[in-house]
Write a protein that binds this ligand. Structure first.
Ligand code: GAP
Length: 440
C-alpha cells in the first residue's frame, strides 16, 4: 500500500482537511490551516478527549488560561534557561538539523567527522549551538525592556499558576486534575513531516495533583488509561501504537519519569503524547519566583504539602495525523482511496444523495437531511454520478451514503451504503435515525 506522507498530504488538500498556511504567498513554514473537514475532525477528537477527562472523571475539571502570561512564569518553569534545541548547520549546503536527528554513534564523534545527511560532505557541519524555542513578543505600544512576553510553549504552566484558585473554587481534594486544551507555540528549527512538528499547534494537557509518595503508581495508572484512549476511543490499530519509556538521559528538565505514546507513522515511530512525573518541580519553582505559597492544605490530616504532578500531554494535531495515517487505505481492487475513520470521529456522518436532480428526489432528500441535521453532521450531495459521489465521500471518511431514488417515493425506503465494505442495505427511512444513532 502507498501510505506515504505525500499521499496523505495530497488527500488532505484535495478534500479540504489541511492546507499549507499563506499558500498564495508561497507558504509560511511549519504552519498549517485546517479546512472544513479538518476543523470538524479536530473538534471531534478534542471533544472525545475533553469528555474522557472531565466527564468520566469526577475529580478532573477544565480551565482555559491565557496564551500570554507573566514573563516570570517562563523563568520559573525553566523555559527561559533550558528550553533549547541544539542546532547544527551544514556550512556547504545550508541544511539545518536538530542534534537528535543524528544517531548515538555520530553524536559521540567530532562533528567535523560526521557526514551531512543532505549533501554528504564531511567537515562541513557546525558544532551544536543552543537555540531557545520560545517566541518573544511585546505587550503595550512600545517595544522596550520590561514589555517582553512569550507565546506559551506549553499549556501546563497556566494550570500550575491557577491551581489553588481552581482547587478552592471547586473544593477539590488531592488527588484531582485540571484539563486544558489550547494553542502552544515553539520556534522549531526543523519543520518536517507535515503537521507532526509545527511552530503553532494545540495541546490537550491534564495535570493531576497527587500526594508525594503516590506519584509513581499514579504515573503507571495514567500510562495505561492514556494508551487505552488510543485503542478504545480513537480505535487506532493496536500494532501501531506503543510506549517508549525515557531513559534518564532523555528526561526533560522538569521530569523524574517520562513515557511517550508513539505511533508508527509512514516516517517511523514517533511521539504523539507524553506522560510525565513532574514531581513538585513546577510548584516549588513558582513558590520561589512569585514569593507566594503554592502548597495545598490537607484539612482532614491537618498537613500542608506541595503536591506532585502527573501530566498527560497530547498534541491535538499529532493525534489528528495519527488517526489520518491509521485510517488511510488504498482499496486497489476498487480503485479508490478510503479514510477508514472510526465513525465517531468522522467529520461528516452521512451524505444524503438524491439519485437524480428531478422527479421530487431532491425535495425528499432535503426532508431526510432536515430530520438528521439536528443530531448529526450530514451533507447534501447531488453533484456528479452516484459512484463519483460515493468515492468522494470515501476519501472524506464519511461512513454512510444515503441514496434517495424513485422507490423511496413509493415505499419510503432508502439505500444505505457502507463506506468500508461498499455493502448496500435497503431500509425504511424511519429506521435511519436509529441506525445512525447506534453506530455514532
Ligand atoms: N507540557 C509538557 C510538554 O509540552 P512535550 O513532550 O514537549 O511536553 C507534549 O509536548 C506533546 O505536544 C507532544 O507529545 C506532541 O504531541 C505535542 N507537540 C510538542 N511539540 C510540538 C510541535 N512542534 N508540533 C506539534 N505538536 C507538538
Amino acid at each position: 500500500m502507498n501510505k506515504t506522507i505525500e499521499n496523505i498530504v495530497a488527500l488532505c488538500k484535495r478534500r479540504g482537511f489541511i492546507f499549507q498556511s499563506s499558500s498564495i504567498y508561497g507558504g509560511f513554514a511549519a504552519i498549517y490551516d485546517y479546512g472544513p473537514l479538518g476543523i470538524e475532525l479536530k473538534n471531534q477528537i478534542s471533544q472525545l478527549w475533553w469528555k474522557e477527562m472531565t466527564q468520566f472523571h469526577d475529580n478532573i475539571v477544565g480551565l482555559d488560561s491565557g496564551i500570554l502570561m507573566h514573563p516570570k512564569i517562563w523563568e520559573a518553569s525553566g523555559h527561559v534557561g533550558a528550553f533549547n534545541d541544539p542546532l547544527i548547520d551544514c556550512k556547504k549546503c545550508k541544511a539545518r538539523y536538530r542534534e537528535d536527528e543524528f544517531d548515538l554513534n555520530e553524536k559521540k564523534q567530532d562533528w567535523n567527522k560526521v557526514k551531512c545527511p543532505n549533501c554528504g560532505s564531511i567537515g562541513s557541519l557546525t558544532e551544536p549551538r543552543q537555540f531557545n524555542l520560545m517566541f518573544k513578543t511585546h505587550t503595550g505600544p512600545v517595544e522596550e525592556t520590561g514589555t517582553e512576553a512569550y507565546l506559551r510553549p506549553e499549556t501546563a504552566q497556566g494550570i500550575y499558576v491557577n491551581y489553588l484558585l481552581v482547587q478552592g473554587a471547586m473544593r477539590l481534594k488531592v488527588p484531582f486534575g485540571i484539563a486544558q486544551i489550547g494553542k502552544a507555540f515553539r520556534n522549531e528549527i526543523i519543520a518536517r513531516n507535515f503537521i507532526f512538528r509545527t511552530r503553532e499547534f494545540e495541546q490537550m494537557e491534564m495535570q493531576y495533583f497527587v500526594k508525594p509518595g503516590t506519584d509513581s503508581s499514579v504515573f503507571e495508572e495514567w500510562k495505561i488509561k492514556r494508551l487505552n484512549f488510543y485503542h478504545d476511543v480513537l480505535k487506532v490499530n493496536k500494532d501501531k501504537i506503543r510506549f517508549h519509556q525515557h531513559p534518564d538521559d532523555e528526561l526533560a528538565h522538569y521530569a523524574k519519569e517520562a513515557c511517550d505514546i508513539e505511533y508508527e507513522f509512514p516516517f517511523g515511530w514517533s511521539e504523539v503524547e507524553g506522560i510525565h512525573n513532574r514531581t513538585d518541580f513546577d510548584l516549588s519553582q513558582h513558590e520561589k519566583f512569585s514569593g507566594k505559597k503554592m502548597s495545598y492544605f490537607d484539612q482532614p490530616n491537618n498537613e500542608r504539602f506541595l503536591p506532585y504532578i502527573i501530566e498527560t500531554s497530547a498534541g491535538l494535531n499529532r493525534m489528528l495525523l495519527t488517526v489520518l495515517a491509521d485510517a488511510y487505505w488504498e482499496d486497489k481492487e476498487n480503485d479508490r482511496i478510503v479514510l477508514k475513520l472510526n465513525p465517531k470521529i468522522a467529520p461528516i456522518k452521512a451524505a444524503i444523495c438524491p439519485l437524480t436532480k428531478k422527479d421530487g428526489l431532491p425535495e425528499k432528500a432535503r426532508k431526510i437531511l432536515s430530520i438528521l441535521k439536528p443530531k448529526f453532521k450530514v451533507v447534501y450531495d447531488q453533484q456528479g454520478s452516484i459512484g463519483k459521489r460515493y468515492y468522494r465521500q470515501d476519501e472524506a471518511g464519511t461512513p454512510f451514503g444515503i441514496t434517495i431514488d424513485h422507490q423511496t417515493l413509493e415505499d419510503n425506503t432508502i439505500t444505505v451504503r457502507h463506506r468500508d465494505t461498499q455493502k448496500q442495505d435497503r431500509i425504511s427511512t424511519d429506521r435511519l435515525f436509529d441506525l445512525m444513532n447506534e453506530s455514532l
